[in-house]
Design a protein around this ligand. Structure first.
Ligand code: NAD
Ligand code: UFG
Length: 345
């Protein structure tokens, strides 16, 4: 069975391609490489010993996208492609709306044209916005606090409307909490451009000596140690959640949102401590001002995914730290192996 993976060269997409290939699916990747490298897909092939097809296609190019559907009998789409940096979305909102929303509209139109009506979509816990109580469950009212979040919320609504217009569609809206970690092989992982915005790549880049010290954004939240609490989910657990959601959309119709999180919250200091304990590396840090827009606590109620998809996260924070470090230490410059050769010369 052939699965189209948009954004398959990216961080979560590449890990999902590994699990899809291992499960026996045929994989066709569409990615314009605007935030990824083709090398990631070569490594997916190396890990699995299996082949996949790659098209360097932008979802904004509807004609090129149609050609992929013309050439392949696609059974379902896993739709990762999108821009994801919260801060950048505030300064470049039109770029975010155009890329994420128009890209998704093009994809849905082409899917309709070719009679493909099964989709797993990458949403985000960001659609919960600022809530008064944790854990976050799927029935909470939704709100977005920045343009990136609004693209996710709008796409969720667009996909709901698509289903209402045609009940043959089957769509899973997967609301990820904080994806971190890397494949056990150390061959694929997160490879952010420039200085990382997110906690985990920042920690691993401090550990490898690329960055001097971590700024902990805020030490005065109402949490057990004053630092922000999040639900860190191992990317391989997350990838497996996509396989469960895929089975679900292949077998049933409807549109459903699912939290993909562990149900446990850890603070920034908990994560630093776990990283230091499991890797033996010291992470110098200083507590600074809160980052504007951050919330104190976010973690999932993952019971709906367990009940309806038969999925739950299995990996804990020590495994997350160990696997992130393996990836970072084996690939200090991510997929940029040319840079590595220069550095080691
Ligand atoms: P990523 O940037 O590594 O992967 C996204 C991929 O999509 C990249 O390879 C990029 O080149 C591609 N892409 C973007 N726009 C495209 C377009 N118009 N046409 C073709 N390809 C395009 O990001 P990721 O961390 O793997 O995230 C995947 C999805 O999950 C995104 O939609 C993101 O918003 C969502 N998500 C991520 C997180 C997270 O913390 N990583 C959290 C919640 C949701
Ligand atoms: N943090 C630091 N220092 C840093 C980076 C982060 O202290 O250098 C803290 C943050 O303040 C927060 C925690 O670490 O308390 C996690 O921050 P991240 O930036 O790693 O993740 P966020 O929870 O802010 O955001 C992530 C994704 C968003 C997504 C959101 C909800 O980056 O795309 O989860 O799913 F919308």
């Amino acid at each position: 069975m052939k699965i189209l993976v948009t954004g398959g060269a990216g961080y979560i997409g590449s890990h999902t391609c590994v699990e899809l290939l291992n499960a026996g699916y045929e994989v066709v990747v569409v990615d314009n490489l605007m935030n990824s490298k083709q090398e990631a897909l070569d490594r997916v092939k190396q890990i699995t010993g299996k082949d996949l097809l790659f098209y360097n296609v932008d979802l904004l190019d509807k004609k090129a996208l149609s050609k992929v559907f013309l050439e392949h009998d696609i059974s379902a789409v896993i739709h990762f492609a999108g821009l994801k940096a919260v801060g950048e979305s505030v300064s470049l909102p039109l770029k975010y709306y155009h890329n994420n929303i128009t890209g998704t509209l093009n994809l849905c139109e082409v899917m309709e044209e070719f009679g493909v009506d099964r989709m797993v979509f990458s949403s985000s816990a960001t659609v919960y916005g600022h809530q008064d109580c944790v854990p976050f469950h799927e029935e909470l009212s939704l709100q977005a606090t920045n343009p990136y979040g609004r693209t996710k919320l709008m796409i969720e609504e667009i996909l709901q409307d698509v289903y209402v217009s045609n009940n043959n569609w089957s769509i899973a809206l997967l609301r990820y909490f904080n994806p971190v970690g890397a494949h056990l092989s150390g061959l694929i992982g997160e490879d952010p451009n420039g200085i990382p915005n997110n906690l985990f790549p920042y920690i691993t880049q401090v550990a490898v000596g690329k960055l001097e010290k971590l700024s902990v954004f805020g030490g005065d939240y109402s949490t057990h140690d004053g630092t922000g609490v999040r639900d860190y989910i191992h990317v391989v657990d997350l990838a497996n959640g996509h396989l469960k959601a895929l089975e679900h959309v292949l077998n049933k119709t409807g549109v459903n949102a699912y939290n993909l999180g562990t149900g446990k919250g850890y603070s920034v200091l908990d994560m630093i401590n776990s990283f230091e304990k499991t890797t033996g590396k010291t992470i110098p840090y200083q507590i600074t001002e809160r980052r504007p827009g951050d919330i104190a606590i976010s973690y999932a109620d993952p019971s709906k995914a367990k009940k309806e998809l038969g999925w739950e996260a299995l990996k804990g924070i020590d495994e997350i730290c160990r696997d992130s470090w393996r990836w970072q230490s084996q690939n200090p410059n991510g997929y940029d192996t040319k840079l590595e050769r220069q550095v080691t010369k």
